[in-house]
Design a protein around this ligand. Structure first.
Ligand SMILES: CC(C)(COP(=O)(O)OP(=O)(O)OC[C@H]1O[C@@H](n2cnc3c(N)ncnc32)[C@H](O)[C@@H]1OP(=O)(O)O)[C@@H](O)C(=O)NCCC(=O)NCCS
Length: 204
């Protein structure tokens, strides 16, 4: 039996559960802090405070399904310090180049494409139908949202969030701790943390 504990109990976690199912997991549980529900869809929701150590002891695999990058990092680091076996999940309908690297605890969702020469860091989300083109360097805990696209030779720093449908043009760098708004088009390097929206993307 393949067992996995998904940290969090949100809609995003439900999508991760589907990917886990597609990867052969047949025992799936969500683990949340002070959960207000017992079940999410067809899977149970356990209490992190009281139950996490049981899942660790019982040899469950782990993945963090929390959208906020800083919390995702904190929970993944806590799991690592407890010796958890954190896995990387890739939807069977995602396309990953032979030499692409996908970091520990990252999730690549249905229809996403990661092209050759690209490195995706730890704890990243490459969301549904997003594409990360060739020779990109994506830091840790980055979220490339649904339908967002990066062109060739793009670099994105840790914790940055590329909003739904956003585009980053080729040969550009986006530093750490940046939010790119939904539908924005990045045409210049972004060197200062903050939120950028519009076409072309500008700081707000
Ligand atoms: C950019 C973003 C983070 C800003 O959120 P916020 O700080 O709460 O900002 P607000 O919603 O208060 O909007 C502030 C202003 O920016 C405008 N704005 C917000 N997001 C915008 C966007 N993506 N493009 C253009 N304008 C935008 C708002 O209309 C508002 O304008 P106004 O002051 O003239 O009324 C957010 O709007 C966004 O785009 N989030 C991405 C969501 C997403 O990608 N989810 C993915 C799930 S997979």
């Amino acid at each position: 039996m393949k067992r996995i504990a998904i940290m969090g109990a949100s809609g995003h976690c439900k999508v991760i559960a589907e990917i886990a199912l597609d990867n052969g997991y047949d025992d799936i549980v969500f683990v949340d802090l002070n959960p207000t529900i017992d079940m999410l869809g067809e899977y149970p929701v356990a209490d992190e405070d009281t139950d996490l150590d049981n899942f660790l002891r019982d040899g469950y695999d782990f993945i963090v399904g929390i959208g906020d990058a800083k919390i995702r990092r904190k929970v993944q680091e806590k799991l690592l310090s407890k010796g958890a076996n954190i896995v990387t999940l890739i939807h069977p309908n995602a396309t990953i180049a032979y030499d692409a690297h996908i970091g520990l605890g990252s999730v690549v969702m249905a229809g996403a494409v990661v092209n050759p020469g690209t490195k995706i860091g730890d704890g990243c989300i490459i969301n549904t139908c997003a594409s990360v083109d060739h020779d990109n360097t994506i830091g840790d805990y980055v979220h490339v949202s649904v339908g967002a696209h990066t062109a060739g030779t793009v670099a994105i720093g840790d914790n940055s969030w590329i909003g739904i449908g956003a585009v980053i043009s080729n040969n550009l760098s986006v530093c750490s701790d940046v939010t790119i708004g939904a539908g924005a088009v990045v045409v210049k390097n972004i060197i200062k943390p903050g939120t950028y929206i519009g076409v072309p993307a500008k700081n707000i």
